[in-house]
Design a binder for this molecule. Structure first.
Ligand code: HDD
Length: 746
């Protein structure tokens, strides 16, 4: 019959085409199709890995010492292979039943490739998901030798480190410059085992007991119904929590201050937060708090810059860190300790050292430098290093021990536990970035992702079969035999934990009027974003207990009545070191924009560029168009340059609007000018608003006049570019020109 004949014909045709297809795959066979993709290079035997392609040097020694294979490297061999090392002929076409037919289940290469891809993502960190890691070296001064036996703190000892900076609330792809606490986690690969100092850029924490951590994080993360807002504390649940758990008020005022929006990871302090216990060679103990002090000083963004950057460059802090490292301007921090006698009462100057919502003002206990960290290497592979690094507060070598701080105690559990689901099992310390540089000889066995091939038969001790090995060491880790008081088992805090306001007030009173302005604006902004009236009122009550001026100003902004304090205002002595304003800092590593007019005095601009570079700063030429100006490459055009990227700008000319410019569209600010390109006026406007110093000479002075900023504080003119830059350098020592905006708070 007709249909049967048609079907037979179709089957025959298909068989022919399958045969054709098979023939076509064999190169050189009659009628074979030309290769669809040319190899860009002639295949050859694999080259040895390039230096920068090597896996991070964070492993226990390999090769002859351990017999472990060399680390795997990507994209360096001549031939593509499967995961099991079989060379591949084609990776662009799945195996199909004919060119137009369905894919075949037997295509093991397709399945391997897709399956692996399907599982490329691991869960992001439950907090601190957005982060940026880099390698460096820590060199000890030896000044801590009297208080700790930790080998890496002995004089001139150099230790490899990996640092990861982070925000707390946002997802892995969220913006860097949001208002938030920043993580400052450092893994020291010491000869005596790793030491993880897992700190923040704020010296106190929201809560006093780890049992509340899920609560504060649930409150601060996006609302569970609509999953907004992302990476923000400006919402009802956050303020609901901190106004109900008033122990959070101290940390919160730091967040509302300029500390919540750092200029750069390079200009951020770090704090171990808790009190730790150090043990020296003689067994004597000392209580300490760890501090990181950035060489470049402590600087912040303005709130407008932070907001603009979330759109203009959400990777601002990551880019800034990596650009600085690649430019050779290695970020530096000093590690210091505040030292307190371990007398048993675990308090200093009336401050409970076990309460993580309290800090000790530096005026009472100076920070004593014990070593220097230089960050000098970006990761080779972001996932392998920044994502897979696992910090744990309990990772500490002999000479360092914990205290009974109930926040610290809970953290000791959480950091190991979270890696079990984040990194997929108990062997995460075998991942290259986590491997100690000290030899590992544990008796942990098996489990998911086990990479070691353990020899021997007796992973227990004592044993008589593996030669009795391993032995325990006399100089091993010491758990300080602190006396634990005979006490009832109880869910309760010590009475000193009830004071939630005195140090919050101390922080407020330590701020300059300019910084107080910023704090008022931040509270007003955040609370204005809350919908619930009761929450705003409750937080105003907390502010009343901190300071009446603060409370009144925020209440006025919210249009709500100012409540009376419910606790007596604490009588505290301000700590000037808490303020970021009024100090002078080194200026190296700053970014200076130089606006050049291609029709003006380009030589003068290029001369200043050399001077800026010679002063250890990064000069960026800004011109109307890309390409070259006066033989020098243009780094930013008027279309891309915004104030947020620069610490100061220099105007080396007055570029007129291009005849074919689209001023109304490109000016953004919508400002019209017949004489100066409106995009330059916008740049000057923004720099002025962001309290940046601005310099001009020659024709550049016209721009200042057009922008209406001539003669205002921090706007410098002189006869030559060099003279202008000299004055700008001095201004940069203070970071910003706050005199432009007299503070309104009394
Ligand atoms: Fe935490 C990550 C810092 C309290 C539970 N924390 C994490 C990171 C930093 C901090 C910097 C990121 C580490 C990285 O880059 O991988 N955390 C702190 C500080 C705290 C603090 C300074 C208070 C002084 N944390 C805290 C508590 C708990 C946790 C009270 C739980 C009870 N933290 C975690 C965690 C994370 C973490 C869930 C998420 C990802 C990870 O550990 O590896 O275990």
């Amino acid at each position: 019959s007709k249909p049967v004949k048609a079907a037979k014909k179709a089957v025959k045709a298909a068989a022919t085409s399958v045969a054709d297809a098979v023939t076509a795959q064999v190169p050189g066979s009659p009628g074979s199709a030309p290769a669809t993709l040319e190899e860009p290079t002639t295949p050859r035997e694999p080259l040895p890995p390039k230096k920068e392609q090597g896996a991070p040097d964070t492993r226990t020694p390999t090769g002859a010492e351990t017999g472990l294979p060399a680390p795997a490297n990507g994209q360096q061999g001549a031939y593509l292979t499967t995961a099991t090392g079989v060379r591949l002929r084609d990776t662009d076409h799945s195996l199909k039943a004919g060119p137009r037919g369905p894919s075949l289940l037997q295509d093991h290469h397709l399945r391997e490739k897709i399956t692996h891809f399907d599982h490329e993502r691991i869960p992001e960190r439950v907090v601190h998901a957005r982060g940026t890691g880099a390698h460096g070296t820590f060199t000890a001064y030896g000044t801590a030798e009297s208080v700790t036996k930790a080998g890496f703190l002995k004089k001139n000892t150099e230790t490899d480190v990996f640092v990861r900076f982070s925000t707390v609330l946002g997802s892995r792809g969220s913006a860097d410059t949001v208002r938030d606490t920043r993580g400052f986690a450092v893994k020291f690969y010491t000869d005596e085992g790793n030491f993880d100092l897992v700190g923040n850029n704020i010296p106190v924490f929201f809560i006093q007991d780890a049992i509340k951590f899920p609560d504060i994080i649930h409150a601060a993360k996006p609302h569970p119904d609509r999953e907004i807002p992302q990476a923000q504390s400006a919402h009802d649940t956050f303020w609901d929590f901190v106004s109900l758990h008033t122990e959070a008020q101290h940390h919160t005022i730091w967040n509302m201050s300029d500390r919540g929006i750092p200029r750069s990871y390079r200009t951020m302090e770090g704090f171990g937060v808790h009190t730790f216990r150090l043990v020296n060679d003689a067994g004597a103990t000392t209580l300490v708090k760890f501090h990181w002090k950035p060489k470049l000083g402590v600087h912040s963004l303005t709130w407008e810059e932070a907001q603009l950057l979330s759109g203009l460059d959400p990777d601002f802090h990551r880019r800034d860190l990596y650009d600085a490292i690649e430019a050779g301007a290695f970020p530096e921090y000093e590690l210091g300790i505040q030292v307190f006698p371990d007398t048993g009462e675990e308090a200093f100057a009336g401050i409970d050292l076990l309460d993580p919502t309290k800090m000790v003002p530096e005026e009472l206990a100076p920070v004593q430098p014990i070593g220097k960290l230089v960050i000098d290497r970006t990761p080779t592979n972001f996932f392998a290093e920044s994502e897979q690094v696992a910090f744990h507060l309990g990772t500490m070598p002999p000479g360092i021990d914990v205290t009974n701080d109930p926040l610290l105690q809970g953290r000791l559990f959480s950091y190991v536990d979270t890696q079990l689901s984040r990194l997929g099992g108990p062997n995460y310390n075998q991942i290259p970035i986590n491997r100690p540089h000290a030899p590992v000889n544990d008796m942990l066995r098996d489990g998911f992702h086990q990479h070691a091939v353990h020899g021997g038969v007796a992973p227990y001790r004592p044993n008589s079969l593996d030669g009795g090995n391993p032995s325990t060491a006399e100089d091993g880790f010491v758990d300080v035999p602190v006396i634990v008081a005979e006490a009832p088992k109880i869910r309760q805090n010590p009475a000193s934990f009830d004071d939630h306001y005195s140090q919050t007030r101390l922080f407020w009173l330590s701020m300059t009027p300019t910084e107080q302005e910023h704090i008022i604006s931040a509270y007003t902004f955040e609370l204005s974003k809350c919908y619930e009236q009761a929450i705003k009122e409750r937080q105003l009550q907390a502010l009343a207990n901190i300071d009446p001026v603060l409370c009144r100003q925020v209440a006025t902004g919210l249009g709500l009545p100012e409540p009376k304090p419910t606790v007596p205002l604490a009588d505290v002595t301000p700590s000037p070191t808490l303020s970021q304003i009024g100090h002078t800092w080194p200026t190296d590593g700053r970014t200076i924009g130089i606006v050049v007019d291609p029709d003006g005095d380009v030589d003068a601009a290029l001369k200043v560029r050399e001077v800026v570079f010679g002063a250890g700063m990064t000069p960026l030429l800004i011109a109307p168009h890309g390409g070259m100006v006066g033989g020098a490459p243009v780094q930013r055009t008027f279309a891309t340059a915004r104030s947020v990227e620069f610490d100061a700008i220099l105007l080396a000319g007055a570029p007129v609007p291009a005849p074919d410019a689209r001023p109304a569209r490109d000016a953004k600010a919508g400002r019209a000018s017949a004489t100066v390109d409106p995009r330059v006026l916008l740049l000057v406007d923004e720099c002025w608003r962001h309290a940046k110093s601005i310099g001009a000479w020659g024709d550049g002075v016209t721009v200042l006049q057009e922008a209406g900023v001539s003669g205002t504080p921090g706007v410098v003119t002189a006869n030559s570019g060099e003279a202008v830059f000299g004055e700008i350098q001095v201004l940069l020592g203070a970071h910003r020109v706050w005199e432009r905006f007299p503070a309104l708070v009394a």
